[in-house]
Design a protein around this ligand. Structure first.
Ligand code: GTP
Ligand code: MG
Ligand code: ZN
Length: 293
């Protein structure tokens, strides 16, 4: 009889399995047949496992259950929400990256969420402008926006945490925006409960591997290596996927009626700066060039 669990970590062919209810955690290797089939198990995969004869690695993964979705960068399966993390200061927001991640999340049936960090630095004029510009750009993008920072500026973090309860969520965003820091602030107590065997890397330690941390009360959160390069064509995103990634186009009071319209300034197209924030529209048109099919 095989039980099921979730892969929360994979290093050198060894996988840590976890289940919330009934509680279970253990180390497993992969059944040979799965290795031959060249299936690469991912963190987030739901698997069936049995006991092994090996006391050091007491379990065997027998089967990988069907995936809801797979994110490539970070490599995680079955993500419910993608936390697009952006800081208002060092590094400054990479708007094209945010736009790409929203499209990517929509296409892969993940809920896009925007977490704005370093709000405590909003007393600097440039940082404050960044936070305003973010809110303006994404006001109608149908991605919930939360603001967090050190000290009093982290008012939203607990509200954000409740939003995530029971879900499998992954942080994405440039290196240095505070993904590991916010994860620690929200779920830091995890490392003390013994739910995970090691402490989540803090502050200046750059994250190198993707690990899933069980969240108290159900769900998982993935800390991931930071990344800043993401090309839409590499992610199999077509121009139609791109267009569908923009809630603004659908919500327009005067929607474009052309079925095959790229909203690229074509004759008769109703999409313009009144439909969507001008900067977001300009970037959409840049991203169209990335989807060359
Ligand atoms: N002022 C301020 N600094 C922050 C905040 N959040 C994170 N930082 C700092 O930003 C730096 C980078 O934070 P990390 O959490 O390591 O960033 P990361 O996104 O995990 O980076 P990678 O793992 O490299 O992708 C650290 O020095 C943090 O202390 C914040 O809300 N306010
Ligand atoms: Mg990190
Ligand atoms: Zn159009």
């Amino acid at each position: 009889m095989a039980d099921s669990a979730v892969i929360v970590r994979g290093v050198g062919g060894h996988y840590t399995l976890h289940r919330h209810d009934p509680p279970f955690q253990g180390l497993a290797y992969l059944r040979g047949i799965l290795r031959q089939e060249d299936i690469r198990p991912l963190v987030g995969d739901r698997v069936e496992y049995t006991s092994s004869q090996d006391p050091d690695i007491p379990f065997v993964v027998e089967k990988i259950l069907p995936r809801k979705n797979v994110s490539v960068r970070p490599a995680v399966a079955n993500i419910d929400s993608l936390i697009i993390t952006v800081s208002i200061f060092e590094p400054r927001p990479d708007y094209l990256l945010i736009d790409r991640l929203i499209v990517y999340a929509r296409k892969n049936h993940m809920e896009p969420l925007i977490l704005i960090t370093k709000m405590d630095l909003a007393k600097r004029r440039a940082a404050k402008r960044s936070s305003e510009q973010l809110l303006e750009n994404y006001a109608d993008a149908e991605a919930a926006i939360y603001e967090a920072g050190f000290g009093e500026a982290d008012a939203d973090l607990q509200r954000f945490k409740s939003h995530l309860a029971g879900k499998t969520v992954a942080f994405a965003g440039q290196s240095g925006v505070g993904k590991s820091t916010k994860l620690n602030e929200m779920f830091g107590e995890l490392s003390e409960t013994g739910a995970v065997s090691e402490k989540i890397g803090r502050g200046r330690h750059t994250t190198r591997e993707t690990t899933l941390y069980p969240i108290e009360g159900g769900g998982y959160v993935a800390d991931t290596p930071g990344f800043s390069v993401l090309n839409l064509a590499d992610l199999d995103i077509t121009w139609r996927d791109l267009r569908e990634g923009y809630a603004e186009f659908e919500k327009a009071s005067e929607p474009c009626r052309f079925e095959d319209c790229r909203h690229d300034g074509d004759m008769g197209c109703k999409i313009d700066e009144m439909t969507i924030h001008p900067e977001r529209l300009a970037r959409y048109r840049i991203l169209l060039q990335e989807t060359d099919f």
